[in-house]
Design a protein around this ligand. Structure first.
Ligand SMILES: [Zn+2]
Length: 410
């Protein structure tokens, strides 16, 4: 394919991707405010549903504006050869290709991050604030940025440097070696995320003595799960929104409950939430999604190896020579429809796993307190109770509230 056609293909693919994404959100935002379902009668009223709708609309318009802004910048870069200009510029400063590529990606990353900061800031301090969710201070907001950069440079920069070096040394055969290293790395990150990375941003503390701990202890021992692995995290540092998650495997497995969750729920509801998280562990969902991610990465790297030396891709990006970094960006743009499809597949799997974890909690503990925890949680976070089916199919990692309640309460 000629460089010119490749360029139009990229322009077409990212524009279609954007339109598809906005189309599903638009279908969703058009959904009428429903009547209060019988099962939620004690939890919300019409006024609360209106508030949820206006939160959803605000986020929809915000996403439309920020998304259009970034689409216009990307299209502009493609049409006027911005990536090629940046490549010419970095090639004047340093000589080895690896350093040129790192400088290229570094500048691109800083540029795109600087452009996104005003949007993030507005979202946190205007939208989330207005609806009463925000607890982040300016200090935490910018502190997170700095820490995020450091982690990004260390992990992302390190892996990128390795990838570039392998491509330089091995040509198309790079993919198998890089895949091996990246797979080991993904396993390590999965194991040590809560020990190494999470503590940079949040504080994890073991459960305090008391009614909750003894209830949890009783349940945990009934399903053979060690309580040493249950932690409370200071989620309230950033948001009033509550959550819980399971992370890692083997000796490093942990269930993390947000302090906001602990504050807002009765002990038996918290045990039910914990039962759900332990369900993810018992049903091996963590290992399953890790294996799938590794396989996906392998396929992606294999495809990349077929494109990485193609000079037309660099030209399509506006380059006047072949450069590995131009090809990597070009590949990412060409690969974007495949990643959308893979994302949909992962969401499908995730929703199935959520139902499995829910069934586990129902069978080993009780469905009722889990249902009431879900209701409280959803009402507090202004969750939409009638999302559009296509929007759910494409974007939801968890089944919609009413479907979950249907299974729990029957
Ligand atoms: Zn879950």
């Amino acid at each position: 394919m000629s460089a010119e056609s490749l360029k139009y293909l990229m322009i077409g693919l990212i524009t279609l991707g954007f339109l598809f994404d906005k189309f599903t959100s638009w279908l969703n935002v058009r959904q009428k405010v429903p009547q209060v379902p019988a099962t939620l009668q004690n939890f919300l009223d019409q006024e609360k549903l209106q508030e949820a709708k206006s939160y959803q609309k605000t986020n929809y318009y915000f996403g439309l504006i920020s998304g259009s802004f970034s689409l216009v910048i990307t299209l502009g870069m493609l049409i006027w050869g911005g990536f090629g200009l940046l490549d010419q510029w970095v090639s004047q400063w340093v000589d080895p290709m690896i350093l040129q590529s790192l400088l290229f990606f570094g500048l691109l990353f800083i540029g795109s991050d600087l452009l996104s900061i005003p949007f993030d800031y507005y979202h946190t301090f205007k939208i989330e604030e207005e609806f009463g969710f925000n607890k982040t201070t300016r200090k935490t907001f910018f502190g997170d940025k700095v820490k995020g950069y450091l982690v990004g440079i260390l992990i992302g920069g390190g892996l990128l440097a390795l990838l570039l070096w392998l491509i330089q040394e091995l040509g198309e055969g790079f993919w198998l070696y890089f895949w091996g290293v990246a797979a080991v790395f993904m396993v390590l990150i999965n194991m040590f995320y809560t020990s190494w990375i999470l503590p940079l941003f949040n504080k994890l503390t073991p459960l305090e003595e008391g009614e909750l701990k003894s209830k949890i202890m009783e349940y945990a021992s009934s399903v053979g799960f060690s309580l040493e692995n249950v932690f409370v995290m200071d989620g309230s540092k950033r948001s009033t929104k509550a959550n819980a998650f399971f992370s890692g495997f083997g000796k490093k497995k942990k269930v993390v409950l947000f302090d906001t969750l602990v504050e807002q729920h009765k002990p038996e509801e918290l045990v039910a939430v914990l039962a759900h998280e332990i369900g993810h562990f018992k049903k091996k969902h963590i290992i399953q999604s890790l294996v799938i991610s590794i396989l996906q990465l392998g396929v992606m790297l294999l495809l990349l190896s077929l494109f990485v030396n193609n000079p037309e891709i660099s030209q399509a990006m506006g380059g006047d020579r072949w450069a590995v970094h131009l090809n990597l960006i070009g590949f990412a743009l060409l690969f974007s429809p495949i990643s959308t499809v893979l994302g949909i597949f992962m969401n499908l799997l995730s929703r199935k796993n959520e139902f499995e974890a829910e069934r586990f909690a129902k069978e080993t503990y009780d469905g009722k307190p889990l249902a009431s925890a879900l209701k409280t949680l959803s009402v507090k976070t202004l969750t939409q109770i009638n999302p559009h089916p296509l929007h759910v199919f494409v974007n939801y990692s968890h089944p919609p509230l009413m479907e979950r309640l249907g299974k729990l309460e029957n």
